[in-house]
Design a protein around this ligand. Structure first.
Ligand SMILES: [Zn+2]
Length: 413
């Protein structure tokens, strides 16, 4: 350990003990529990299978919207979006009259567990697949923080490390590839061997999960790769906690055709253009694999007295699971009220929500649409390579993916 043991740290109201050995928390993007289940059943994941007898496996709820950024930030802050402020990739800034991207750390309202441990003297490393997450995850954190995507550009001054490509021994992969995630694991293993950080956070991309259902060859191949790296992390003596940012489901009919509700078109027809504004917080610069379609939307209603009518119109649509007022959505999903619309809309497992038909390019979808965002993708695995301390797993506790650091630092033997 690089720092001397200190009293537990308090971050966002929760206590975390100093690690007794390196802690590696892995966020496997889009890891529906069934991916691991099927990989184990096919013999592709012998290490994960071995944890059945010596580790623990819980099923946890992620935060809704079940998107990447809100959940990664929840995991590293140990808190829901009502505390850290990141509830999607976009929100509508009413005063500015513009859609604002929330990738900038200035929108982060809470410190991270990673930054707190680094400030207390721990060595901390973060590796993420896509660069869009790097600045948020590494906000105000002293230590190593880089993305696979921009690995070749990492510098000592900017990322706490240089020579990453040589260290990892893999070429920098395409942003749309399984290798982008493999690079994260390969880097994590090399960092554990060379730097032995006290705390490490590894976060992948869901490129494979958007394309391949659990048990399909490409999915099992991905989990076989994951399994090999997790086994090495385990063999290097680290405590390992594996969770996911969200699950993943097919969003199609039985012929593989996407089930899309073009909500802005529906509302424009019913209430006139300009009466409502549908925001899809899944929208980001990398939309090829999901066409910016997910199971969550938020709706801003121009006239305050029209909110109830708009809610009733949306609730009547087939494929809609829930329409909540801002207050109800904040209470149920722990969201920041100033960054969501008047209504929050969640679609059912097989259905996604779009804005207007002409704003979604589905031509790049070369396989049937798989996506996330709703409560149907809320359940994720929470796995550790060590057993829990006696009495540490409170019966009836609602586990969250953002309990990963609590589990890894406080609750394991
Ligand atoms: Zn994700």
């Amino acid at each position: 350990m690089s720092g001397s043991p200190v009293a537990p740290l308090t971050v966002n109201g929760r206590e975390y003990r100093w690690p007794e050995r390196p802690l590696v928390v892995v966020c496997v993007d889009g890891c529906e529990p069934e991916y691991i289940n099927q990989a184990i059943a096919s013999g592709s994941a012998p290490f994960l299978a071995s944890l059945r007898s010596r580790g623990i496996c819980l099923t946890a709820d992620c935060v809704v919207p079940s998107f990447t950024n809100p959940n990664n930030l929840s995991i590293v802050t140990g808190a829901p979006p009502s505390v850290h402020g990141i509830c999607g990739n976009y929100f509508w800034h009413r005063d500015a009259g513009a859609e604002v991207m929330m990738n900038d750390p200035k929108y982060l309202r809470a410190g991270t567990i990673l930054a707190a441990f680094a400030a207390a003297g721990a060595s901390v490393a973060v590796v993420t697949a896509k660069d869009k997450l790097r600045a948020l995850l590494g906000h105000r954190m002293a230590g190593i923080c880089f993305s696979s995507e921009k690995a070749a550009e990492a510098t000592l001054a900017g990322n706490g490390i240089d020579g990453v490509v040589d260290l990892v021994g893999m070429p920098v992969p395409s942003v749309y590839s399984a290798e982008l995630s493999e690079f994260v694991f390969a880097a994590g293993v090399r960092l554990l061997e060379r730097e032995r950080p006290d705390v490490m956070y590894l976060s992948t991309t869901d490129y494979v999960q958007h394309k391949a259902a659990p048990g399909v060859g490409a999915a099992n191949d991905f989990y076989a790769m994951l399994d090999r790296y997790l086994a090495r992390i385990d063999a290097l003596g680290a405590t390992l906690v594996v969770t996911a940012d969200h699950g993943m489901n097919a969003k199609t009919d039985a012929f593989g055709r996407p089930n899309v509700i073009y909500l802005q078109d529906v509302l424009d027809t019913a209430f006139g253009a300009g009466g409502t504004r549908v925001i899809l917080p899944i929208t980001d610069p990398y939309v090829v694999h999901h066409g910016a379609l997910g199971s969550f939307a938020t709706v801003y209603v121009t006239a305050a007295d029209a909110v109830a009518g708009v809610a009733a119109r949306i609730a009547a649509l087939p494929g809609i699971e829930a329409v909540l007022t801002r207050e109800a959505a904040c209470a149920r999903f722990e969201l920041p009220g100033d960054r969501i619309g008047d209504l929050v809309v969640v679609s059912e497992r097989l259905t996604v929500i779009g804005t207007s038909r002409d704003r979604h390019d589905l031509s790049a979808l070369d396989v049937p649409l798989r996506s996330h965002g709703g409560t149907s993708e809320q359940q994720v695995p929470l796995i550790a390579n060590r057993p829990a301390r006696a009495g540490a797993l409170a019966p009836g506790r609602r586990w969250r993916n953002f309990d990963a650091f609590d589990l890894g630092l406080n609750l394991l033997q």
